[in-house]
Write a protein that binds this ligand. Structure first.
Ligand code: IPM
Ligand code: MG
Length: 357
């Protein structure tokens, strides 16, 4: 039997609740499709701090490296916000991305027909949205050096460095090109080349790649304009290629086209080795342990894991179809509620999904 080792990272806040739902579904779906998933639950973020005094324990990183794929829920909690940077839950996630060399973050954004009313934008604007944000994940201002805080005679100063090398730009651009070839063959590269040198290099490289790919339509937007275009006319986009920080911001904005950030999955991949699959949303500490969380983004991340990480295409489609079924039946978690629908808790949503697979 095909067998895969899954490193499962429930993390913090709503993480454990949405993980429980997703794990049950994966157990069932693997049985249905004749393969076996062996889960190893590991601490990260606040959970890592509690158990190992470290947001990414060495044992977690080691087990992730040895796995077939890593499935994470969410990290972070306000109780850790005052800790020094190396102790913050977010640092653990960044170290995991860097440790697994996951330079490409793929965030598909599509509007589910049943959720058209859940978006704060007009239905005619979001109808047919189907785009992918390709975000560079292990470079840019998130990792650039020098960085830090300095005491000077005018008071304290703090600084970060936004930096990209040609090879970092080229390899993420290639991911976007390969994806675009399987889709509408359109890439919009987003930068701030009118102001930033690092963005001018980004644009120069993408233009060069564009010349070598005459069958792709590659355009460029400044990030401020891109943010505006995303809510003005989101259907103009197919693949959005962008840097770490801009991708972080634009993907949250794009999430709102789908009605809730609770619907957005993501996949992070490198050249080889296991990928990391995680919802775009955070740990929502305000609703943790209240059975109010929306598990769908994690379920859809699990579907991406089956498809991209394990090449279990049929099972991946089944899981995605189950999400569609429950939404079409009018079941919603609180974040997606609209008139005439039935509000469910996180675990009840899990039960409905189980029935649908
Ligand atoms: C995301 C998150 C992370 C990021 C945080 C939690 C470090 O916002 O995955 O988009 O900024 O990359
Ligand atoms: Mg983010």
């Amino acid at each position: 039997m095909r067998k895969y080792e899954i490193a499962l990272l429930p993390g913090d806040g709503i993480g454990p609740e949405i993980t429980a739902v997703t794990r049950n579904l994966l157990d069932q779906i693997s049985k249905n499709h004749g393969f076996q998933l062996v889960f190893q639950e590991l601490p990260i973020g606040g959970a890592g701090l509690e158990s190992h005094d470290c947001p990414l324990p060495d044992s977690t990183l080691k087990a992730c490296k040895e796995s077939s794929a890593v499935l994470m829920a969410a990290i972070g909690s306000p109780q850790y916000d005052k800790l020094p940077r190396e102790k913050r839950p977010e640092t653990g996630l960044l170290q995991l991305r860097a440790g697994l060399e996951l330079f490409a973050n793929i965030r598909p954004v599509k509007v589910w027909p049943a959720l058209k009313e859940a978006s704060s934008l007009k239905e005619e604007v979001i109808e047919g949205v189907d785009l992918i944000v390709v975000r560079e994940l292990t470079g840019g201002i998130y990792f650039g050096k020098p960085k830090g805080r300095l005491k000077s005679k005018d008071g304290e100063r703090a600084f970060n460095t936004m930096t990209y090398s040609c090879s970092e730009i080229d390899r993420i651009a290639k991911v976007a090109c390969d994806l675009a070839k399987t889709r509408k063959k359109k890439i919009c590269s987003v930068d701030k080349a009118n102001v930033l040198d690092v963005s001018q290099l980004w644009r120069d490289r993408v233009e060069k790649i564009s010349k070598n790919n005459p069958n792709l339509e590659i355009s460029h937007l400044y990030v401020d304009n891109a943010a505006m275009q995303l809510i003005k006319d989101p259907c103009q986009f197919d693949v959005i290629l962008t840097s770490n920080l801009f991708g972080d911001i634009l993907s949250d904005e794009a999430a709102m086209l789908t009605g809730s950030i609770g619907m957005l999955p993501s996949a992070s991949v490198g050249t080889n080795g296991p990928g990391l699959f995680e919802p775009v949303h955070g740990s929502a500490p305000d609703i943790a342990r209240l059975n109010k969380a929306n598990p769908l983004a994690m379920v859809l991340s699990a579907s991406m894991m089956l498809k991209i990480g394990l090449k279990e295409f049929e099972a991946a489609e089944k899981l995605e179809a189950a999400v569609n079924t429950v939404l079409n039946k009018g079941f919603r978690t609180g974040d997606l509620m609209s008139e005439g629908c039935t509000e469910l808790g996180c675990s009840e949503m899990g039960q409905q999904l189980m029935e649908a697979i």
